[in-house]
Ligand binder design. Structure first.
Ligand code: FES
Length: 238
């Protein structure tokens, strides 16, 4: 289980990883803590279930969809400019973030679970959001801000931490854009997603919402991406 997670990270980083004898690898401490994260292909849809058209996405706020579990929210964001690939690190482990997708390379996605103390968008409220304009805390346009303790992430650079107590970037969701159909499919997670910790911390809450048999279920093959202002009744901005 632990070995598979490490392979996923390596497969997105230097090609040299493929030559490693995986049976001899010693996992770094943080890799040993993460669960065997599923990587299902999930087609993003609108709220009615029709395939989401990437060209119709707005830039005013993030869209929320479930990935890679039905209970783990992720942000889909259309940036105001292209996002180039970047190399990042989490807990001393480096990985390559592939940058934005789509014709203008502006589409990115990240887990919406804060890397500090795992705040996430809920139906009644969200303290984490993307704002195309500068806020009091971010001081820069186009940042993801968690108002719980004021962590700021830059989604144009792999959601690296710009300020605040978050110890590492938000885990990135890999997107594929179909240029013919103009659709988006989530195909994987890279970085340090902390899902196992999330399930432990919010276990009772998630069971209440999704049921004991389903709160750790893998996301279905289609997931609706809904504007955050519709997903959460109240969105904090700071
Ligand atoms: S939980 Fe997000 S900054 Fe603390």
């Amino acid at each position: 289980m632990q070995r598979r997670r490490f392979i996923q990270i390596c497969s997105t980083a230097a090609a040299g990883c493929a030559a490693l004898d995986l049976s001899t690898l010693t996992l770094p401490a943080w890799a040993a803590d993460v669960p065997d994260v599923p990587q299902p292909p999930v087609l993003l849809t609108d709220a009615q279930g029709a395939p989401l058209k990437a060209s119709q996405l707005g830039t005013r706020e993030a869209y929320v969809f479930s990935y890679p579990y039905a209970s783990t929210p992720a942000f889909l964001i259309r940036l105001q400019g292209a996002a180039a690939p970047a190399q990042l690190s989490a807990e001393g482990q480096s990985y390559d973030w592939p940058g934005g997708v789509g014709p203008d390379k502006t589409l990115v996605a990240y887990t919406a679970i804060c890397a500090h103390q795992l705040s996430y968008p809920e139906k009644d409220s969200s303290v984490i959001s993307y704002d195309p304009k500068a806020t009091q805390v971010s001081g820069k346009p186009g940042m993801i801000v968690c108002c719980a303790h004021q962590s700021v992430y830059d989604p144009s650079e792999g959601a690296k931490v710009m300020s605040g107590p978050a110890p590492h970037p938000l885990a990135a969701i890999i997107l594929q854009h179909d240029p013919q159909a103009d659709t988006l499919t989530a195909t994987g997670v890279i970085g340090h997603p902390m899902f196992e910790h999330f399930f432990k911390l919010y276990r009772l809450q998630l069971i209440h919402t999704y049921g004991a048999a389903h709160f750790q279920a893998t996301a279905p093959t289609k997931a609706a991406a809904v504007p955050l202002s519709q997903y959460s009744a109240y969105v904090a901005h700071c």
